[in-house]
Ligand binder design. Structure first.
Ligand code: GLC
Length: 703
């Protein structure tokens, strides 16, 4: 690929020594004792966890921006003045913490996701961070896995849409702009398939499922121009992802034309020894580099052994040059050679602004899922005495969720304060987390709001659970509260679907708030008191019990499809086969009717239009996420019983109707065949326009 950045990289390459080339292939992490010579002598191409995390390690100035500029100044003292690309995990906000990515997915709103990523880029770049290790694009079908919080759920279409939106938010159309940063699609690939939901454990994915479920969000990221990818830790089908040449080179570059660079995940190169595919560091480096990992994060097999591998003919100078070229090209595209420094005035101007907080509140409002609303108890209208109890009434940073290294608890009011300030004046609110006091006040109250769920410490990397029930003790507390006979509204905080069937049956209303970010408490008040109507939908299936996992909507039919009646057709003898809540599910404060589905033709040639009338039959306005699902009824391989192919969020006033249309193309219906080809097959298809993955109105057509 010849472009200006490639020409620049080639020219610089021609001046570099072997040591300088190998230096670019290493990402340096200082374990508390930053060595400036690593940068000054060009022995690293990137510093990880730059900015704040390095404070106290001998840098001039304690602020993040000062530290970043200090590191770049060291780079300017190197022989060729090659700037560092400073990397950091800016996953769902930098200082303005937005809802966790799984929650963001529930908004089914790519514009909000893009806007939030733009703000994150603006804030992080103000502190000199130019590369984020996000978006995490791992499809997850097992909520025991802690990192389900960090991704976009179980669906490849929604995940692909969000991948492109978030990358555009981080990178813009030109990431040399001072307020843009390079994105990193991770963890390539299949990380969410770790057996038992145990992080880092191995995964087994068939080629067809890999191609049609796990890879599409990464393909979408490459088509969106993502600058980097990160290889995953896991052993995938017997080949660790960090040593998988077929995926890292043949697919990523050969099939998709990716021209950025690949960074390994923390120590995943040296961990090839643990995997048992390399005997020592030299073999690990040879495997990973030859597979297509250009930059090694943290572990040091590249600086320690690449020259040895070169001398022994295990890798070639051309391969080294190509890896360095890819890194220099991204640095050039990122504008780092033109100016590696950040304007120190930006931090106070661009970080945690009123606008960014306002967007965080709006995003949180649109991610909170209404799961139950018996007798329309919500929104609360009539003033009354309310006990707000449970486990999150003092929450501050607990609202952030996982992966928020730059979130500051001082930026967040305690839940009780923010909730009170955003409640109507004529409500009498009492807060109590202590069980006895809470029970006593509840006894004298008109209704109860219970804050339940999991602390972010149970969420994120290597925070896996064997039991999806509420954390210990909470169910018993709920039982005691229910026994008082008061109406109970539950607000549940979590980084994953929880098996809350008992609590849902006990409650009058249930709001699933995930970990809603810096403005989460205010957003919850907005919904409870009716300033905003809930519109979010589940981006992942909610199981009834842990034992039901894995359970997901786009499953195959099997030879004995699940049905409530008939022998040998259930999945369990002790549990209904259906999930607690299906993918795409969510209630609003009104009701919507779906009618009159119609097709532009009975057969699809190139494309076909499907439409239906959606009517707000309730008394209040509301937003409906109208979903389009298809099913290929007969294929050369088995096909999912439903696949999401599009959605539209529409606002309707009470009584208002709108005809919603979707276009279905042959591309939408294509899938991977046993011979590896990707195409649509003739035959009969079913199509739904639906409020979730288990209902809706349908029709059939043929190709
Ligand atoms: C971690 C994570 C990865 C993260 C990286 C740098 O181990 O797996 O997602 O970006 O290290 O912090």
């Amino acid at each position: 690929m010849s472009d200006e950045s490639t020409s620049f990289a080639n020219n610089l390459l021609s001046q570099m020594t072997l040591d300088e080339k190998i230096g670019q292939l290493h990402q340096y992490f200082s374990w508390g004792n930053f060595d400036p010579e690593v940068v000054r002598k060009g022995k690293a191409g990137s510093v990880i966890n730059a900015s704040g995390a390095l404070s106290g390690q001998g840098f001039s100035g304690s602020g993040s921006a000062q530290i970043s500029n200090h590191i770049q100044q060291l780079a300017m003292e190197s022989r060729l003045k090659i700037p560092q690309i400073l990397g950091r995990d800016v996953i769902h906000g930098y200082r303005t913490i937005f809802p966790i990515p799984l929650a963001q997915s529930a908004a089914f709103d790519i514009s909000l996701a893009e806007q939030a990523a733009s703000i994150a880029a603006k804030e992080a770049s103000a502190d000199g961070v130019k590369w984020t290790f996000a978006p995490m694009l791992d499809i997850a079908r097992d909520p025991r896995w802690g990192r389900v919080a960090e991704g976009n759920g179980e669906d490849p279409y929604l995940g692909s849409q969000l991948a492109a939106a978030v990358i555009k938010g981080f990178q813009g159309t030109d990431y040399s702009a001072a307020d843009r940063i390079v994105a990193c699609a991770k963890h390539y690939v299949g990380y969410g398939s770790a057996e038992g939901g145990r992080d880092y454990d191995n995964g087994e994915i068939s080629e067809l499922t890999l191609r049609d479920i796990y890879l599409p969000p990464f393909h979408s990221a490459v088509k969106a121009g993502v600058g980097t990818l990160m290889s995953a830790f896991l052993d995938l089908n017997g080949v660790p992802a960090t040593a998988n040449r077929k995926l890292l080179t043949d697919v990523l570059r050969g099939e998709w034309g990716f021209d950025g660079f690949v960074v390994s995940d923390w120590d995943s190169v040296v961990e090839l020894i643990n995997h048992g595919v390399a005997e020592n560091e030299s073999e690990a480096a040879e495997l990973a580099f030859h597979a297509g990992v250009d930059m090694e994060m943290v572990s040091r097999t590249y600086p320690n052994t690449l020259a040895f591998n070169l001398q022994n003919g295990k890798i070639s100078l051309e391969e080294i040059d190509e890896g360095v070229r890819r890194i220099l090209r991204i640095k050039h595209r990122a504008g780092l050679f033109a100016n590696p420094f950040t304007d120190l005035a930006r931090s106070s101007r661009d970080i945690l602004t009123p606008n960014s907080r306002a967007l965080a509140r709006k995003f949180a409002q649109d991610t909170i899922v209404l799961l139950k609303n018996k007798d329309n108890i919500l929104p609360l209208k009539n003033h009354c005495k309310v006990l707000v109890g449970g486990y999150f009434i003092h929450a501050t940073a607990e609202l952030f969720g996982t992966w928020t290294p730059d979130g500051n608890p001082a930026d967040v009011q305690p839940f009780s304060t923010a909730f009170s300030e955003n409640a109507p004046r004529d409500f009498e609110l009492h807060f109590a987390d202590n069980t006895d006091l809470a029970l006593a006040i509840a006894q004298e109250s008109d209704l109860v709001i219970l804050t339940l769920g999991e602390n972010p410490r149970r969420s994120g990397e290597n925070s896996n659970v064997s039991d999806l029930s509420l954390p210990p003790g909470q169910a018993e507390f709920v039982d005691q509260m229910i026994a008082l006979g008061k109406p109970v509204i539950m607000v549940i905080f979590a980084g994953r679907p929880l098996a809350i069937g008992r609590q849902v049956s006990q409650a009058d209303a249930v709001l699933y708030a995930w970990h809603p970010g810096i403005e989460g408490a205010a957003a919850i008040a907005d919904i409870i008191f009716g300033r905003v109507s809930p519109s979010a939908r589940l981006p992942i299936t909610f199981p009834r019990a842990t034992g039901q996992v894995p359970i997901y909507y786009n499953h195959k039919n099997s030879g004995r499809p699940v049905s409530p009646d008939g022998p040998f057709r259930t999945r369990y003898v002790d549990l209904p086969a259906s999930p607690l809540f299906p993918f795409g599910f969510g209630l609003t404060y009104t009701n919507f009717d779906y009618a009159k589905i119609a097709l532009s033709s009975e057969s699809l040639r190139n494309q076909l239009r499907v439409s239906a009338d959606i009517t707000n039959t309730g008394q209040t306005a509301g937003v409906e996420v109208v979903q389009l699902y298809v099913r290929d009824l007969v294929g050369s391989v088995t096909r999912p019983i439903r696949e999401l192919k599009n959605y539209q969020k529409i606002f309707l006033k009470p009584g208002e109707s709108r005809r919603v249309s979707f276009i279905i193309t042959e591309e939408d219906l294509a899938f991977t065949h046993l011979d590896g080809s990707f195409s649509v097959e003739p035959g009969k298809f079913e199509v739904w326009i639906a409020p979730d993955s288990s209902s809706g109105i349908n029709a059939t057509f043929r190709i």
